[in-house]
Every structure is written in C-alpha cells, then in structure tokens.
Write a protein that binds this ligand. Structure first.
Ligand SMILES: [Zn+2]
Length: 376
C-alpha cells in the first residue's frame, strides 16, 4: 500500500503488516530501499518479520501495453485472487477461516466448485462478495487457459449443463463418486446408461428417476459427441492439480500465464473508451508517452495512476467513507470525478487556457480538449 496524493491532500494508507500486501514502487532504488527500511522498522516494533521467500517481485518495464506490463493490472489482481484458492484447497492448512467459506461452498460440493465451469448464476447466488469475486477471477483465469478439447467434462455446476437456467449438483451422486459426464456414458452402445444401470453401478436409490431424467436430458449434444471423439483427461482438473503442486510463487505463475495469452482491452481501457465514445484511442501511444515525455519517476507514476484511474478522487473516497463529500474540492459544485478534476472544473479550466495561449504564442496550433489532454 502506498500514500496517494491528489491536490495537496494526502491519504495515508500505511496499513499494518497485512497478511498479503501489494506495494507499487517507483522505478528507482530509493523507493525500494525506503520500503524495505519501513518494513524492517515496523517489524522491529511489532516483532513481525517479512518472509522474503514468500515475496514476489514483478518488475515493471516501460511497455507499450500499460506502462508497467500491467494492462494487465487486471491480470495481476486476478492472480492474487486466484492464489487465495490455492490456500483454500491446501489440505495441510487448517485455519479457522476456511470453515466459514466451506459452509458457503458446501452446497456446490465445496472444493469441487473450483474444477467446474462456473455459471454466473452461481456467482450471483454466492452473497459473500469476496468469495464471489475470487470465484469469478478463478473461472476467468482457468477458462482462458483451458483447451476446449476435454472429454472429461464435469457434470456438476457446469454452466453448459442446465435446466431452467440452473446448474446441477446432486450431493449424494457426487458422494457416490459420480463427477464426470462420461461416467454416465456407455461407450459400447454410444449412449447414456439407462436409469436401472446407473442404480446398479453406483448404488443410486430407485426414487431418483426424475433427477436422472432431468440431468441426462440437460446434457447438450455437443458434450455427448465430445465423449466419443476425445479421451484426453480433463485439462481443468489437471490445471488445478498443477497449481496446487507448486510450492510457491503462485502469484507469478498465474499472472504470467494470463499475460502470455493475447489480451483484450482491459477494464480500464474500456472505461476510458466509454468517456471518449466514438473517438478511437491509441493505447500504444498513450502508454508509451509518459516514458518519452519525462524521466521523472514521480510524473511517470502520476500518469500511470491517471490512466489506471487509481487517483483518489472524492467520488472514490466518499464511496470508501474516507471523505465527507463526493463534491469537487475546488468548486464544491460537481462530483469530483477524474474528468471533472483534470478538465471540467471551472478552477482548472484557466490552467488549460493559459497553456493554450502559451502554445499559441509559440505558434503551435493545438486545440485543447479533454480528449486530447488524455490522448496527447
Ligand atoms: Zn470542480
């Protein structure tokens, strides 16, 4: 965490030695040195220690796709969320907090859910925001990496197998080791087992006919035909095992895996696009500009925060209950958004006007607008 400043106002976010903390540093030695010193001092006072073997450094390089290889700040955040899953699934970890989440996930087969093709319905159903957020990141990341050809499709919580928009999870079937679609499939006759066969093979009670019928009826044809054509093991499950098998540095792996894949526009880029409507934004230009325009790391840092909309405006601070008002500090008339604070505000406009007349004096014909101060 770092102290963020806007318009001379500083918000000290020097939180405690959190269990997990992410620090964004300037690209100079001092910045790193100061952090280590502060952490060491804090450690001396509190008696806590920094576990260096658990730390990951992701070095930001001047990059065309977002300043510090983080168009990609999305990917980074997702990686952190995903590494929580590893801790959750780690059986040697017996922390009490797990019980709380186990209770919520029980309905979906607990840790089974992390192997599933999770539907939005489930994400909405899970009222715990943190958990729902983690699951969403997890399914995004794992879905991207998953190759489409897996014959071992998981039956449960699979968004491709639904009835009335609801996915399936029959706890007692799962406990009888039924997990994959192909377990219900009779390869010799190239069709699903009859209900009687299922009862016989898995010991399912005979009053389950309706459950059987609804489930079989809901398995789409493409999944059925995939069973016939492919016998590769389920990649999703393999992926989960792979991640769990790693000793450390999960963050880094999950992050690198994501950025290896071609990236679409990040959430932030889409946000800016909304502001600019039809006007096309040249991201390569926008992201490299701060590095060409200055060598001053404070300015680069500021530009980075600006692009990624992580400047603490009153709109944001008010939402977090860190400010008494969401109105602009300068005019107190409008909501202090990034567009307002850096362009619209009547107290800010004179600065731009001065710049415009300065440019005019220099015979530089640039028409200033909110659009080109960002896209300059
Ligand atoms: Zn204002």
């Amino acid at each position: 965490m770092e102290a963020t400043a806007t318009g001379g106002r500083a918000i000290e976010a020097w939180s405690l030695f959190a269990d997990d903390a992410t620090y964004f540093l300037n690209d100079n030695y001092d910045s790193f040195h100061n952090l280590i010193e502060s952490l060491t001092l804090y450690g001396m006072i509190s008696g806590l220690k920094l576990n260096k073997s658990k730390c990951t450094v992701l070095r930001g390089v001047c990059e065309e796709n977002g300043g510090i290889q983080l168009t990609n700040i999305d990917s980074f955040v997702k990686a952190i969320k995903c590494s929580w899953v590893k801790r959750y699934l780690d059986n040697t970890n017996t922390s009490k907090w797990k019980l709380f989440y186990q209770k919520i996930l029980k309905k979906y087969g607990d840790s089974l859910l992390f192997e599933c093709n999770i539907s939005n319905t489930i994400l909405h159903e899970i009222a715990n925001i943190f958990l729902s957020d983690v699951l969403s990141a997890w399914s995004d990341v794992t879905h991207k990496l998953e190759t489409k050809t897996s014959s071992k499709t998981i039956l449960w919580n699979n968004k491709d197998i639904t009835s009335n928009n609801k996915t399936f999870f029959y706890k007692d079937w799962f406990e009888r080791s039924i997990k994959y679609v192909d377990q219900l499939y009779e390869f010799r006759i190239k069709d699903f087992y009859s209900f009687d066969d299922i009862c016989y093979i898995y010991g399912i009670p005979s009053n389950n006919f309706l459950n059987y019928y609804t489930l079989i009826k809901s398995i789409p044809i493409h999944i059925k035909s995939e069973i016939n054509t492919n016998n590769a093991p389920c990649t999703q499950t393999k992926f989960v095992e792979n991640i769990l098998g790693r000793k450390n540095k999960t963050n880094k792996i999950l992050y690198t895996l994501q950025i290896k894949n071609p990236t679409e526009n990040s959430k932030i880029q889409n946000k800016w696009q909304v502001l600019f409507g039809e006007n096309e934004l040249n991201w390569k230009h926008i992201f490299t500009m701060p590095y060409k325009a200055t060598v001053e790391s404070t300015l680069r840092n500021f530009q980075y925060k600006y692009f990624h909309i992580i400047i603490a405006t009153n709109k944001y601070l008010f939402k977090c209950k860190l400010s008494n008002s969401n109105l602009c500090d300068f005019c107190s008339e409008n909501i202090e958004t990034i567009e307002h604070l850096f362009w619209e505000c009547k107290h800010i406009q004179p600065i731009w006007n001065q710049l415009a007349s300065f440019l005019e004096q220099q015979q530089l014909n640039v028409k200033l607008s909110f659009l080109n101060i960002t896209n300059l």
